[in-house]
Design a protein around this ligand. Structure first.
Ligand code: PRT
Length: 292
């Protein structure tokens, strides 16, 4: 366990890669002020007792597990692959991807069971072996550092196991998915020792509340609309899962204004239904922060 010199928290963030921008954006949106400089490993926050440590993605699970840092932002797949003992504190809703086994378009393989006796190239050997063991498939795992998609064309492997987000890398390389191992997104992770440490836990909780408020605000829209009072039951029934909306009488008799927060996932559907129920002058605003 690394010795820590002070009581400032440390959070590990990918230094340069797919998760970097959204990780730092999230922390800024949670109200943290810091500067990023090229080639600087450490960015101290000016308004919170926290230092950002910019490191390689694959190092983050171990740094968090060993207490080199208290917190980290990393893809869930990376923790799973590292087998790290860390606590997942929040799902961050970016860095979405799926770990799949894929084969050449013209392959005769239709099921993962048919991989028995064949070679699968991957940079995710632990996840692949776990999957093969669970399914009782005896295939050869060919460990590579990257560029798995080229392995079948180079006759290094018969199939690959790699992360997919848009699917374009598979398409460009004439591959098709055969099986899905798991889905992943970026997560906030914590070191179990730091979380149990009375000197660190309160600050971690405060930071967690800020990040949560920021995440909640990001997935909600504030909707304001006008509606005939007679349409109120229908309008309210369209705004499910939320606490009772705010209803304000308007100067025009029999008209009310309704204000409510609506989940981004169902946002367009809800808007169409509100309109069909007789709502008008629908105004939609972004929410800066939201604490439940
Ligand atoms: O460079 P560093 O050492 O810091 O790490 P790294 O090379 O592992 O980082 P990076 O930036 O490639 O990936 C960081 C994390 O982003 C991953 O651990 C995942 O959690 C997440 N992520 C999300 C992805 C993808 N989507 C993704 N599509 N990571 C990699 N890919 C690759 C995939 O391996 C394949 O080569 O993108 C290609 C497929 O993409 P599509 O869009 O064509 O399907």
């Amino acid at each position: 366990m690394a010795t820590r010199r002070d009581d400032r928290l440390r959070i590990a963030v990918q230094s340069s890669g797919r998760l970097t921008r959204e990780s730092t954006d999230l922390l800024r949106h949670a109200g943290l002020e810091f500067d990023e400089h090229d080639r600087k490993l450490l960015a101290p926050c000016r308004n919170f007792g926290l230092d950002l440590l910019f490191v390689r993605n694959d190092d983050i699970p171990e740094y968090v597990q060993d207490g080199v840092v208290d917190l980290g932002i990393v893809g869930w797949n990376t923790i799973r692959e590292a087998g790290a003992r860390v606590e997942t504190l929040a799902e961050l809703r970016f860095g979405y991807c799926t770990l799949v086994i894929a084969v050449p378009q013209n392959s005769r393989l239709c099921t993962p069971a048919e991989l028995a006796g064949l070679r699968v190239a991957t940079a995710h050997p632990r996840s692949l072996r776990e999957f093969l063991d669970r399914q009782g498939i005896e295939a050869q795992v060919v460990e590579i550092r990257g560029g798995a998609e080229l392995a079948p064309a180079l006759d290094v492997a018969d199939a690959i196991c790699d992360l997919v987000s848009t699917g374009s890398t598979l398409r460009v390389n004439d591959l098709r998915p055969l099986a899905t191992l798991y889905e992943s997104q970026a997560v906030l992770i914590g070191c179990p020792t730091s979380l149990a440490d009375d000197r660190r836990a309160p600050a971690i909780r405060r930071l967690g509340i800020r990040i949560d408020a920021s995440l909640t605000a990001r997935r909600l829209r504030y909707v304001m609309l006008n509606a005939p009072r007679s349409a109120l039951p229908a309008v309210r029934s369209i705004l499910p899962g939320l606490r009772s909306p705010t209803v304000i009488p308007l100067a025009e008799p029999d008209m009310v204004a309704v204000h409510a927060a609506v989940e981004e996932d169902v946002f367009w559907d809800v808007l169409e239904r509100l309109k069909a129920a007789g709502s008008s002058d629908i105004l939609v605003l972004a929410i800066e922060k939201m604490m439940r």
